[in-house]
Design a protein around this ligand. Structure first.
Ligand code: NAD
Length: 374
């Protein structure tokens, strides 16, 4: 009963017309920031996360503490647990689902391929089945796809209409599969679905398996970092790094413009074409990895020991660059944080979190430092 009370309390909106959102992967990096932002503006938010040990679970527990302080309750469970999902939907008439739970990262697939199938394909289907069974309301779903679906695409920048048939990793393939599966659930059950292709999201409380995070750690510890250079004749390895606050605004914009689902066939309601959308959420400004390292060196006041090697076929793609005009047109998405500014916020959080006492130098110094420090 107290569990149910917590679930209800957390999911109750505190503004007129507020949404009630189930956020899967709420103890994750993006999930935590989105949950806090939704709660702050008065929406009801319930988290769901299995707290898996893909990376340091204490970081997920730390985020959970933040969430709990803001009144967001996180149910500990798996998106593959159909009975749990049914129970949650019975207790709360969610208007929206923000589905962020997934097996992220590309290199880990070489060690645990099944985890990608389990969470990104089977888990997504379990969630869609649960949502499709609800009639009143049938929740609108916004879910995380990925820029990795563009794979070895050579376009510059990537637009949503570009080819996504050459994934470079199992992760990318499962995210692409998610987009195809979404089409089916939209077509058959009239579910309202919005996919967001995130581009290398970074920031405070970020993921330790991502380069900006472990570069910071290793540079501070005086360890050598491995920096990839392109194969002959290819572009410099670069990423369209996108600051978390910009991505959060994009997620909220997508939720705000998500139309209600049209409902199941035979549900007594007239069915119309339900919404099915996919958007890039990037920063529109790819930055070479050498420049990322130079900014970190400048912020940390430490020179990195670099081991520069040719990029192996390990699932990474050489280049990403988002065209965001679709998201801009439909919900005003407009990234505003450059990498030096965002990394400064990350590094400040990082040293604080780890109790490291170093002065973080200013982003202006970082911006003016050379990009060709290798
Ligand atoms: P994250 O790993 O920090 O968050 C995912 C959360 O989901 C974790 O807390 C994990 O415990 C949880 N989870 C995983 N499998 C689950 C399951 N089966 N049941 C319940 N919970 C489960 O990753 P993130 O960076 O916050 O990413 C959020 C989403 O955005 C993911 O779908 C990811 O694939 C996608 N994405 C992220 C980036 C990025 O740069 N961060 C880029 C593209 C796409």
């Amino acid at each position: 009963a107290s569990w149910e009370r917590q679930v209800r309390q957390s999911s109750t909106a505190h503004r007129p017309g507020g949404m009630s959102v189930l956020v899967t992967g709420a103890a994750g990096f993006v999930g935590t920031h989105c949950s806090l932002a939704l709660k702050k503006r008065g929406d009801g938010v319930l988290g769901l996360d299995n707290f898996n040990a893909y990376y340091d679970p204490s970081l997920k527990r730390g985020r959970q503490v933040l969430l709990s302080k803001s009144g967001v309750f996180v149910v500990e469970g798996d998106i593959n647990d159909a009975a749990l999902l049914a129970k949650l939907f019975d207790v709360v008439p969610f208007t929206h689902v923000l589905h962020l739970a997934a097996q992220a990262g590309v290199r880990y697939a070489m060690r645990n391929p099944q985890s990608y199938i389990q969470s990104n394909i089977a888990g997504f289907v379990t969630l869609l089945e649960a949502a499709a069974k609800r009639a009143d309301p049938q929740p609108a779903i916004v879910w995380a796809s990925s820029s990795s679906v563009y794979g070895l695409n050579e376009a510059n920048p990537f637009s949503e209409s570009h080819r996504t048939d050459r994934p470079a990793s199992l992760y990318a393939a499962t995210k692409k599969a998610g987009e195809e599966i979404a089409h089916v659930y939209n077509h058959i059950y009239g579910l309202s679905l919005t996919g967001l292709r995130f581009f290398t999201v970074y920031g405070p409380w970020g993921r330790p398996d991502m380069a900006y995070f472990f570069f910071t750690k290793d540079i501070l510890q005086g360890k050598q970092i491995t920096v990839f250079k392109p194969a002959d004749g290819e572009r410099e390895v670069a990423r369209d790094f996108t600051f978390i606050d910009d991505v959060v605004k994009g997620c909220l914009g997508a939720l705000d413009t998500a139309e209600k689902s049209t409902g199941m066939p035979g549900g007594g309601k007239k069915r119309g074409p339900a919404q099915l959308r996919v958007y890039n959420l990037g920063n529109t400004s790819p930055v070479p990895v050498s420049r990322l390292v130079a900014i970190l060196e400048s912020l940390l006041g430490v020179k990195a020991k670099k081991n520069i090697v040719r990029m192996p076929a390990n699932g990474d793609v050489p280049y990403t660059h988002a065209n965001v005009s679709l998201a801009h047109g439909d919900f005003g998405y407009q990234p505003t944080t450059d990498l030096a500014t965002g990394l400064r916020k990350f590094v400040k959080w990082y040293v604080d979190y780890h109790g490291i006492k170093i002065p973080v130098s200013s982003a202006t110094t970082a911006s003016s430092s050379s990009s060709s420090s290798s």
